[in-house]
Design a protein around this ligand. Structure first.
Ligand code: BEZ
Length: 215
């Protein structure tokens, strides 16, 4: 697998499968993804400041938010398992926060290349800050990329997971800046009959193609 060339998974693709050594043991991605969402994120390096804040952010939300929304977490960096374990222990000793989710040790860069996390224009040796949202069918639904020097936004990551799940459950779309509890967009009518029904519906409507409702 170490000869893996760079690939770039896209929204709608099936998540590339792999088996790897992680901080919770050997894991196959497709097994970990069975029956639940997975947010798979890369960080540039262990023992670095921005990464420490981000991983702490994920750890702080694991039980209170991600577990509650059927979503598992998985991290990755191009570091050895020994480095990962030492860093996890260092953060635990310094802050009391334990990273319980698996962190992939990708020392040969095979997984980062397979998942498009290694973007050589940014760094030849460190993964960018990628976030892949993978649904329980194994499909990639949303991708974020951040450069090495800008940390991610946990509120946006949580909002995106809820937006995807709410959209799936209700067959609706989310408008600009949507937050949970706010009105959602109903898909445009597909027939004249549906259009006429919509005109009589009393929904909040700018025109036939932009109608909103509360769930
Ligand atoms: C950081 O996490 O602080 C970091 C990692 C790699 C490059 C720059 C910053």
């Amino acid at each position: 697998m170490s000869e893996q060339i760079n690939s770039m998974p896209r929204i709608g693709d099936i998540a590339p499968d792999f088996e790897a050594i992680t901080t919770t043991g050997k894991l196959r991605f497709s097994d970990y993804n069975k029956d639940s969402w997975v947010i798979f994120f890369s960080h540039p390096a262990d023992f670095t400041p921005v990464c420490t804040t981000e991983m702490t952010g994920f750890a702080n939300e694991q039980e209170s938010f991600f577990d509650q929304h059927n979503c598992k977490l998985m991290g990755l960096s191009i570091d050895s398992i020994h480095s990962h374990i030492a860093w996890v222990d260092n953060v635990r000793k310094n802050s009391g926060v334990l990273f319980k989710f698996p962190i992939v040790a990708d020392i040969d860069m095979s997984v980062s290349k397979l998942w498009g996390m290694l973007q050589p224009g940014e760094s030849e040796t460190a993964a960018v800050r990628a976030v892949f949202f993978v649904d329980p069918t194994g499909k990639i639904r949303l991708i974020m990329y951040y450069p090495l020097n800008v940390g991610r936004n946990m509120e946006e990551i949580k909002r995106c997971l809820l937006a995807l799940q709410t959209s799936d459950e209700n067959k609706v779309a989310m408008p600009l800046n949507w937050e949970p509890g706010e009105k959602v967009i109903i898909p445009p009518p597909k027939t004249v009959e549906a259009l006429l029904e919509r005109n009589e519906s009393g929904l909040e409507m700018m025109d036939f193609y932009l109608a909103k409702k509360l769930l």
